[in-house]
Design a protein around this ligand. Structure first.
Ligand code: UDP
Length: 333
């Protein structure tokens, strides 16, 4: 029997490319649709050597292309999105359109062909809710629509609502996954993500830029554990119509994270505080605390993260070092 093909939108990106590698390793045929705006072909170097892999350069806004690809695949994982606080703040309109219209296009095709679809959402959905571990049913605390950061949260909420309404009215077989902070090899520091930024600053001996008080906290999950969570849900019949948090529960303040990164890299870097307005402009608002409750994911699957924050940091520092080696033509400085 021929195996079902998966379409992974955004498969040249950070989480996407790791998922593609894992699916191919399981022997599943994979088609990637990516516009390479933030994704990179280098991320698919291993995948492109495999027989059951196809890369399509294009956008999720191209409805006829999306329709053709979805018609050829049984399962869809929709990861294509504009992500990263810096990107969202600097390019808010195009980000919003990709994150709403793009998802609508993919959902419409999945509905048309009766495909099962997994949709990537985000912990930003919870908005300014800084209470204790956030459950899937926790409230969204809405920031003002005029504050740039919240446009991302709003776009992803639109995606979740679309999926839910298609499911109720047309029986769409969808699963929503809300990624909390996810870190690992291939994550670009260009769009604001704190750990790749800190790791690069530390290996270069530059000051680590801590925004705000540094008392705000996050939990960082290794991308390999995030991919394991996706694989455990991808075909699970009970996951249809459900929403899951995916994240680590090891909480750390950003100031402590800076110190831990410096120690991990055995660096002489200092810490430099920057105000939010210096970092992102005058109207920026941060999330004070963001901790997932992953009870639901653990109840539906056998998922357990295998790596802790030390593993995450060690990988990020190794990644930053290897990038620096390439930049100086093989010389370690
Ligand atoms: N941050 C920081 N320095 C940086 C980049 C980010 O202090 O160079 C902070 C940021 O303000 C936030 C946290 O680190 O409080 C995580 O930021 P990131 O953009 O990685 O993800 P977020 O959780 O905000 O989506």
């Amino acid at each position: 029997m021929e195996r079902q093909k998966y379409l992974v939108t955004g498969g040249a990106g950070f989480i996407g490319s790791h998922l593609v590698d894992a699916l191919l390793a399981r022997g599943e045929p994979v088609v990637v649709l990516d516009d390479l705006s933030t994704g990179r072909l280098e991320n698919l170097a291993t995948a492109r050597e495999q027989r059951h892999f196809q890369f399509v350069h294009g956008s999720v806004l191209d409805a006829s292309l999306v329709d053709t690809l979805v018609s050829e695949c049984g399962g869809v994982v929709h990861l294509a999105a504009a992500v990263g606080v810096k990107l969202i703040v600097e390019e808010p309109l195009s980000s919003f359109i990709i994150n709403t219209k793009g998802t609508e296009t993919v959902i419409e095709s999945a509905h048309r062909y009766g495909s099962r679809i997994m949709i990537a959402s985000t912990s930003e959905i919870y908005g300014k809710n800084s209470s204790g571990p956030l459950k899937e049913t926790s409230d969204r605390v809405l920031g003002s629509p005029s504050v740039p950061r919240w446009s991302y949260s709003t776009a992803k909420a639109v995606d979740e609502i679309l999926a839910e309404l298609y499911r109720r009215e047309h029986g769409l077989r969808s699963t929503v996954v809300r990624f909390f902070n996810t870190v690992g090899p291939r994550q670009s520091p260009a769009y604001g993500m704190v750990i790749p930024r800190f790791a690069r600053q530390a290996v270069r001996g530059e000051p680590l830029t801590v925004y705000g008080t540094g008392r705000q906290s996050r939990c960082f999950l290794h991308v390999a554990d995030a991919v394991e969570a996706l694989l455990s849900l991808i075909d699970l019949p009970d996951a249809v119509g459900e929403t899951f948090n995916i994240g680590s529960d090891e909480e750390i303040s950003i100031l402590d994270l800076a110190e831990r990164t410096i120690a991990c890299a055995e660096s002489t870097s200092s810490v430099r505080r920057l105000s939010y307005s210096e970092a992102y402009g005058p109207e920026f608002e941060d999330m004070e605390r963001r901790v997932p409750d992953t009870t639901k994911l653990r109840a539906f699957t056998a998922w357990q993260p295998q790596r802790n924050l030390d593993d995450v940091l060690a990988d990020a520092v190794a990644d930053a070092r290897s990038e620096m080696r390439q930049q100086v033509g093989g010389l370690v400085v």
